[in-house]
Ligand binder design. Structure first.
Ligand code: NAP
Length: 538
C-alpha cells in the first residue's frame, strides 16, 4: 500500500513542472514533484556546455503568468546564456517557495493506474510509493540524451563528455586535442568556444546544418523598459502566433517575388538573428520545395562567404533536407571557426565512424588521436522521457508498448487508456515547433483548468476516447503532410534514434490554432473524453 497520498504527482522540475506546481498549489491541491536533478531548471540544469544559450529572445523566453515576476526580473542579453536562464528558474522556485514540494535527486521509475480506485501509484528509485489521483509528466521534449551508437567508448583513455549532461564545474580544453561528434544546435553553439581553447579540434559531421548568426548582444535599458511597458500586449500576440513568437504574417509566396526582393527579406531576418522571421517570410517556405530552396540557397551563399576554402564551405552546406525541416541553429562564429588551421572537419557521411579506440576516434579511413571526446549527439526526443518511465494504464497496458509504432495521443496532452494522466508539451502538440515557454504555459493552464473542472463537477476519471485520439493522430499527420517536415531525417521524425518509428511528432498547425482547439474541447465539457463521476453519484 502506498504510504502517501496526494492529489497530483508531477514528474520534472523544469519550467513545466515549476509552473504546474505553482498553479495547482494556488488551487489548493496537494502536490508532489519528483526531479532527477539536484536542482530546478530541467534542460537548463543539465545542458551546461560552453556557449549554451536559448535561441528564442530572452524577453520572450520567460513566464508570462506573473506580471510582478515579469517586472522584477531583468534579462541582460538578447539571447540568454544558460547560467542566466538557470538563475531565473532558481529565482522563480524561490520567489514562489516551490522547492518545499519538490523531491530532488529522485527518479520516478513507474506509475501504475488502478482501474477500480481511479488512482495512480507512483514509485521512485528511492523506494518511495505515492498514491495520486492525477499524474503529470512534465519531463521535457529533449531530456534523454543519446550517445552516437558506436562501440568502444569504454576503451577510451581520455575524457568523454555529452553536451546534454555537462559537468557542473565546466571543462577547460586548453591545449587539448578534442573530437566533437555532432553538429546540431548543441554542437554548433559549443564548437567555436571549445575549438578556441583546444590545440586541435576535429569535428565529425554526419549532416551539415543550417545556421545563422545570433547577433547576440547586451540589451539596452531602453529595450528592456519598452518591453516591460508593453508586456501584456506582447504576450498576447505570442500566445496566438504560429510559433509562439510574434512576427508579421506572411502573405506572399517566395516564388511570386523577385530574387532581389526575396533576398532583401531574408537579409533582414539574417541581420536580426531571427530564425522565425526567415522561416515565416513567405507562406510556402515550409511547404513548397522550390520556395524553400530559395531560403536554403540564401544561407548556403552566406556559408560560402564565411568559409575561405570552397570545398570546406560545400561540405558545411546542407543539401539533404529542406531549410527549417531540421531545427535550424543560431550561432556565434560557427562557420568562421573552420577557417582556423587547427580545426578540421571530417565528413562521416563519406567516411563513417567505426569505433572509439583507446586513443581516439576511428573512421572507415583512419584513426584520429585525441585527448577528449564531446558527444553533441542530441536526444531521444519527444517520447524518450515518457517511455523510460514504466507507465501502465488501464488493464496494465504499458505506454511504451502502446507507442511501439509511434506516439498516439489526444491533443498531445492525454493518452487513451491512461486516464487522469497529462503530458505537458507531449508528442503531437506544438511543443518544439514553438517558443517552449508559450507552449508550456498553454498546456499547464489547460491541465489546471481541467483538473479544477473535474473536481468542481465531481468527476473522478477523465479518459481520452480512442475515437478522439484516432482523429487527433490523423489530423496531426494530415497537417504535417502539408509541409516539408516529414521529408527530412530529423529528430522531429524520430530518425536520429536507430529503430525508432518514423512519425512526425509535433503539431504544425500553429500555437494559436491549437490553443483554440484546446479551448473548444474544454468549453464543450471536455469533448473527446469519457468522464466517470465520483462513486457516490454513480
Ligand atoms: P541534434 O540536433 O539531434 O544534433 C545531433 C547531432 O549529432 C547531429 O549532427 C547528428 O547528425 C549527430 N549524430 C547523432 N547521432 C550520431 C551518430 N550515431 N553518429 C554521428 N553523428 C551523430 O541535437 P542537439 O544539437 O543537442 O539539439 C537538439 C535540439 O535541442 C535542437 O534541435 C533544439 O531544438 C534544442 N536545442 C536548442 C538550443 C537553443 O535554444 N539554442 C540549443 C541546443 C539544443 P544527423 O543530423 O545526421 O542525425
Amino acid at each position: 500500500m502506498p504510504e502517501k497520498s496526494v492529489d497530483v504527482v508531477i514528474v520534472g522540475a523544469g519550467f513545466s513542472g515549476l509552473y504546474q506546481l505553482y498553479k495547482l498549489r494556488e488551487m489548493g491541491l496537494t502536490t508532489r514533484v519528483f526531479e532527477a536533478g539536484s536542482g530546478v531548471g530541467g534542460t537548463w540544469y543539465w545542458n551546461r556546455y560552453p556557449g549554451a544559450r536559448c535561441d528564442v529572445e530572452s524577453l520572450n523566453y520567460s513566464y508570462s503568468f506573473s506580471p510582478e515576476l515579469e517586472q522584477e526580473w531583468t534579462w541582460t542579453e538578447k539571447y540568454s546564456p544558460q547560467p542566466e536562464i538557470l538563475s531565473y528558474a532558481e529565482h522563480v522556485a524561490d520567489r514562489f517557495d516551490l522547492k518545499k514540494d519538490i523531491t530532488f535527486d529522485t527518479r520516478v521509475e513507474s506509475a501504475v493506474y488502478d482501474d477500480d480506485t481511479h488512482r495512480w501509484t507512483v514509485t521512485t528509485d528511492s523506494g518511495e510509493v505515492v498514491s495520486t489521483q492525477f499524474f503529470v509528466m512534465a519531463t521535457g521534449c529533449l531530456s534523454v540524451s543519446k550517445a552516437p551508437e558506436i562501440p568502444g567508448a569504454e576503451k577510451f583513455g581520455g575524457a568523454i563528455y555529452h553536451t546534454g549532461h555537462w559537468p557542473h564545474g565546466g571543462v577547460d580544453f586548453t591545449g587539448q586535442r578534442i573530437a566533437v561528434i555532432g553538429t546540431g544546435s548543441s554542437g554548433i553553439q559549443s564548437i567555436p568556444i571549445m575549438a578556441a581553447q583546444a590545440s586541435e579540434a576535429t569535428i565529425f559531421q554526419r549532416t551539415p546544418n543550417f545556421s545563422m548568426p545570433a547577433g547576440n548582444r547586451k540589451l539596452t535599458d531602453d529595450e528592456v523598459r519598452a518591453r516591460k511597458e508593453n508586456y501584456r500586449e506582447y504576450r498576447e500576440a505570442a500566445k496566438w502566433s504560429g510559433f509562439g513568437v510574434p512576427v508579421p504574417e506572411a502573405t506572399k509566396s517566395a516564388l511570386e517575388v523577385s530574387e532581389e526582393e526575396r533576398n532583401g527579406v531574408y537579409q533582414t531576418g539574417w541581420d536580426q538573428g531571427n530564425l522565425v522571421a526567415i522561416l515565416t517570410s513567405y507562406i510556402d517556405t515550409l511547404a513548397v520545395k522550390e520556395a524553400n530552396e530559395t531560403a536554403a540557397e540564401f544561407v548556403r551563399a552566406k556559408i560560402r562567404d564565411k568559409v575561405a576554402d570552397p570545398e570546406l564551405a560545400e561540405a558545411l552546406s546542407p543539401r539533404s533536407f529542406p531549410f527549417g525541416t531540421k531545427r535550424p541553429c543560431l550561432d556565434t562564429g560557427y562557420y568562421e571557426t573552420f577557417n582556423s588551421e587547427h580545426v578540421r572537419l571530417v565528413d562521416i557521411h563519406k567516411t563513417p565512424l567505426v569505433e572509439i579506440t583507446a586513443k581516439g576516434v576511428r573512421t572507415s579511413e583512419k584513426e584520429y588521436e585525441v585527448d577528449a571526446i564531446v558527444f553533441a549527439t542530441g536526444f531521444d526526443a519527444m517520447t524518450g522521457a515518457l517511455t523510460r518511465v514504466d507507465i501502465r494504464g488501464k488493464g496494465g497496458v504499458s505506454l511504451k508498448e502502446k507507442w511501439g509504432e509511434g506516439p498516439r495521443s489526444y491533443l498531445g496532452i492525454s493518452v487513451a487508456g491512461f486516464p487522469n494522466m497529462f503530458t505537458i508539451t507531449g508528442p503531437s502538440s506544438p511543443s518544439v515547433l514553438t517558443n517552449m515557454m508559450v507552449a508550456i504555459e498553454q498546456h499547464v493552464d489547460w491541465v489546471s483548468d481541467c483538473i479544477g473542472w473535474l473536481r468542481e463537477n465531481e468527476v473522478t476519471e477523465l479518459a481520452a476516447t480512442d475515437e478522439a485520439e484516432d482523429e487527433w493522430v490523423r489530423h496531426v499527420e494530415e497537417v504535417g503532410n502539408t509541409t516539408l517536415y516529414p521529408t527530412a531525417d530529423s529528430w522531429y521524425m524520430g530518425s536520429n534514434v536507430p529503430g525508432k518509428p518514423r512519425v512526425f511528432m509535433a503539431y504544425i498547425g500553429g500555437m494559436g490554432v491549437y490553443r483554440e482547439k484546446c479551448d473548444d474541447v474544454a468549453a464543450k465539457g471536455y469533448d473527446g473524453f469519457a468522464l466517470t463521476p465520483e462513486p457516490t453519484r454513480a
